[in-house]
Unconditional design. Structure first.
Length: 399
């Protein structure tokens, strides 16, 4: 279930990252278009200016042609190139053309056209390398202020001053965020691959250590039994008996090793709980790097199963918005215990008694000498699982 939630989280993250990259298919193009179109609000003033009839026919036609060209260049550059590094002179020439159109239209037709500089600033922040964007954005802002001064309308110019300046720099931040997110995802994939490789190597080493000597001994004794069988059947029988004993011990060793591989680890379950709760939009308070020194493996595994069951119930059934996980060492009358508490603010379950999951957990904990308490509280549901610790262990917080 955690894997399903993680897959959903990955899909949502991928959609967000793809906003900052060129679209690969129609759904991505539509999502990007929805993201880009609201920024066209600053074109309302130029369109209103051309529609008002305050300019002559020639100026109006030139204005519409210039505005159409400006918007076409803007959409083609931003829509296709967002997230790509600056390459060649094509994008630079396009932005230079946009910058020139904005200056000419604003100086010729008045302060209603100052909003065009917002788009020039966006293009500088989206497409230029940072070292170039950091000086072209202020230059664009200065050109906008100069156009406002020329139009004798500094009020509009000052109103757009921070918009033009900050929107460009915010686009550089978006680009860096997208790039960083992509690098982090690549690094996480590499770490996962390295961890898988290390686990395979560890498994190979353990199997070699467990079975190498036993199989070599079985092979040797089988050869001896084969040679002894015609003349010394009693000695051959002894070798066969030794082979049986060695093979049984090897089987026991392999079963113990496999049990260890399958046993859940509490630290891993805590990390998985954080991921699962976050993916389900549940605010999570989960301990990081708990101290499990001296905790018997059976007890740790029992608590890990309890945590997995509790988080599954929170995500699937509770409808909670907050979940708190605590891991504490406590001193009781029966001795020191390790206590796991999972509490949420959800509906508290169906109220029809413990389900199969909680019943199974109770039996699993009882085998280790532990206990399970689960039930509704004033605002939600609480599960408390306890397992005994050795008498020599100190009591303290493990959260």
């Amino acid at each position: 279930m955690t894997e399903d939630l993680r897959s959903g989280e990955e899909a949502r993250a991928d959609r967000l990252v793809r906003i900052g990259l060129p679209p690969r298919n129609r759904p991505e193009a539509l999502r990007k278009l929805v993201w880009v179109l609201p920024w066209l609000v600053f074109l309302a003033s130029p369109v209103d200016d051309l529609s008002s009839g305050r300019h002559g026919t020639g100026a109006t036609v030139a204005g519409w042609v210039g505005l159409t060209a400006f918007v076409g260049i803007y959409l083609s550059i931003v829509f296709r190139s967002m997230g790509r590094p600056f390459r060649g002179g094509i994008v630079a020439a396009a932005i230079a053309g946009e910058w020139t159109l904005a200056v000419v239209l604003a100086f010729s037709l008045g302060s209603h056209w100052l909003g065009l500089f917002v788009y020039v600033s966006v293009m500088c922040g989206v497409t230029f390398p940072l070292r170039v964007a950091y000086w072209t954005i202020p230059l664009t802002t200065a050109a906008m202020m100069l156009a406002g001064w020329h139009a004798h309308d500094m009020d509009d110019a000052w109103g757009l001053f921070l918009v033009v300046l900050l929107v460009g720099y915010s686009m550089t931040g978006v680009r860096q965020l997208v790039a960083t997110t992509i690098e982090l995802r690549k690094a996480r994939a590499r770490v996962a691959q390295l961890a898988a490789n290390e686990e395979r190597l560890r498994l190979a080493r353990d199997l070699h250590d467990l079975l190498g000597h036993s199989l070599s001994l079985i092979t040797l004794k089988s050869e001896l039994a084969g040679r002894m069988l015609p003349d010394h059947p009693d000695k051959a029988a002894q070798q066969v008996s030794d082979i049986e004993q060695v093979s049984r011990q090897a089987l026991v060793d392999v079963r113990e090793a496999v049990t260890g591989y399958r046993r859940p680890r509490l630290a891993a379950e805590l990390a998985g709980a954080q991921v699962a709760l976050t993916a389900a939009a549940v605010t999570a308070e989960v301990p990081v790097d708990p101290d499990l020194t001296g905790v018997p493996e059976e007890c740790e595994a029992a608590l890990a199963w309890a945590l997995r069951e509790a988080i599954t119930n929170v995500v699937r059934h509770s409808g909670a918005s907050l979940c708190t996980v605590e891991l504490l060492r406590r001193q009781t009358l029966d001795g020191p215990v390790l206590e796991l508490t999972v509490e949420d603010n959800g509906s508290g379950g169906s109220g029809k008694g413990p389900g199969n999951g909680l019943t199974g957990l109770t039996e699993r904990l009882e085998k280790t000498g532990g206990t399970l308490e689960a039930g509704r509280v004033k605002r939600g549901f609480r599960l408390v699982a306890r397992v005994p610790l050795g008498s020599g262990l100190a009591v303290g917080s493990g959260a």
